[in-house]
Design a binder for this molecule. Structure first.
Ligand code: ZN
Length: 501
């Protein structure tokens, strides 16, 4: 093989892999939206066949030879090809260590676990889900041993979701958060009665009108509807196929206006990132967001930093009143305070900015125990409930609102949650940097976020996976990551809302 044919093979391999992930992604999306429920098991068969084909396409002597040659002749490659070679080599070194049968079995396990979890959650039947969780945990520990023998399995998985992340770094990060968040929350709770949000949960928000609100929100975010579609699922998420086809989902709750509204803005932030990736990266491994942490920084930047800012709530309130006339008497001040009400609660996805990271800390502690096998699977709900009491001061009434609430573990992801907390902290620092160049408040007040989207495209989106997350962050912000920026933001915002001095 010469360099020219290796470069051609590199492009061709990535195109083919993209086609598989496109097809697998569509099957997944269909499975959680429109597919009839009885099809899950047979869809699992199809997923198994496609996953096996995808595995064999990638893991073979030809790929190994091609990557080795490209590494040796880096001088003849473009920067993009060098980066592609680097990312594919990293992936190859991991995936090729997993025997094909185990790889395929894991894909099938996840497909089954998702169905089991879906059925177990409404009835809080943790015992029904426990065997799946145990199998997933055991598989992930085994895979971690293949990837990096001798390393702590949780460190191995943290690094998969956010390159360079370790328990040591997270312990320090969370300790910093805890030191400032817990006392702040305690003071806010003491003042809690002064914020009323009952009018946002009064049970009279017809779905059709909430759909109209979703359309308007997507318009404000400058989401191009010819490239981004919206659907409904039990749990909102974003899935991307390329920068011309990104799907977001939401769930309408007729009793609560906030839930879908902020889901749409959150998923919209994820979608903007994927839609903003440069055309020349499409059909390569550079054509997706670089990490979960950076991705979450983009969704939370829109959801909280922008969507829950005074400028945004002032902008959207008149339109909300037009759709839901029962809110006609609500003042701008009351609306702003209501969407920012901070209150310890049970469910992570509904948590306010102030308590959000405490929910993540609960999961972080449990994931450590899971990977170290220091907690029997059946005891996970008890540990969950104890930590929720300790960190948030709430009593968990059932597993539906406790250890069964999230889909991540059933989806085969242990190590994903911490990137949510990191994303929140990244978002605050990215916003602070962006405000040096862009009058964000003004853009929001006039209802045209294009200056914001353009800035983020130039500094983050367009690069796709060209740089590791740490490097991308520092290029964007011009400084190292500093969680105090996030803590300063929260302290200032909530001190003002709750009149703390
Ligand atoms: Zn998200």
């Amino acid at each position: 093989m010469d360099v020219a044919s290796a470069r051609a093979a590199l492009a061709s391999l990535q195109r083919q892999r993209h086609a598989y992930s496109h097809a697998l992604g569509m099957l997944y999306l269909d499975g959680v939206t429109h597919a009839p429920s009885a099809g899950a098991e047979y869809r699992g068969e199809t997923l198994g066949v496609l996953s096996a084909a995808e595995y064999r396409l990638f893991v073979c002597p030809e790929t190994q030879e091609m990557l080795a040659l490209l590494r040796e002749t880096a001088g003849a490659l473009t920067q993009e090809e060098i980066r592609q070679t680097e990312l594919l080599t990293r992936e190859y070194e991991n995936i090729s260590k997993i025997p094909e049968a185990e790889y395929v079995a894991f894909q099938k396990l996840i497909n089954r676990a998702e169905s089991v979890w879906h059925e177990a959650k409404p009835g809080s039947d943790f015992a029904a889900f426990a065997p799946c969780l145990e199998e997933i945990r055991d598989t992930l520990v085994r895979f971690a041993g293949y990837y990096k023998p001798g390393a702590h399995p949780y460190d191995v998985w943290l690094d998969q979701f956010e390159r360079g992340l370790t328990m040591e770094k997270l312990d320090a990060f969370f300790a910093r958060l805890r030191a400032r968040l817990v006392p702040l929350l305690r003071r806010v709770v003491a003042e809690g009665a002064i914020v009323n949000d009952g009018f946002l949960r009064d049970g009279r928000f017809p779905k059709a009108r909430q759909q109209a609100l979703s359309d308007r929100l997507m318009e404000i975010l400058r989401l191009d509807r010819s490239r981004c579609a919206i659907d409904e699922t039990e749990h909102p998420f974003t899935i991307e196929f390329n920068n011309r086809d990104v799907r977001i989902t939401t769930h309408y709750h007729e009793d609560d206006l906030r839930k879908s509204m902020y889901s749409v803005i959150h998923e919209g932030g994820h979608a903007l990132y994927e839609l903003g990736i440069a055309d020349e990266y499409m059909f390569t491994c550079l054509g997706g967001g670089v990490s979960m942490g950076i991705h979450e920084s983009q969704s939370r930047l829109f959801e909280t930093q922008i969507g829950q800012s005074r400028a945004f709530t002032d902008l959207i309130l008149p339109e909300i009143k037009a759709l839901f006339p029962q809110l006609s008497g609500v003042s701008e001040e009351a609306f702003y305070r209501a969407v920012n009400k901070a209150e310890p609660s049970l469910v992570r996805t509904e948590a306010d900015e102030l308590t959000y990271c405490l929910h993540i800390m609960v999961r972080y502690e449990i994931e450590k125990m899971l990977m170290e096998k220091t907690v029997p699977i059946r005891d996970v709900p008890a540990v969950w409930n104890r930590l929720m009491r300790e960190y948030l001061g709430v009593c968990v009434p059932d597993d539906r609102r406790g250890a069964l609430q999230d889909s991540h573990w059933s989806g085969g992801s242990i190590g994903y949650f911490p990137s949510y907390a990191l994303g929140n902290a990244y978002a605050a620092q990215i916003m602070r940097r962006m405000k040096k160049d862009v009058d964000v408040d003004k853009a929001v007040r006039v209802g045209d976020l294009s200056p914001v989207v353009s800035w983020l495209t130039a500094h983050i989106y367009r690069f796709g996976s060209m740089f590791d997350p740490g490097e991308l962050f520092e290029r964007c912000c011009g400084e190292a990551f500093d969680p105090d920026c996030y803590l300063d933001y929260l302290t200032e915002k909530y001190s003002a809302i709750y009149g703390l001095v």
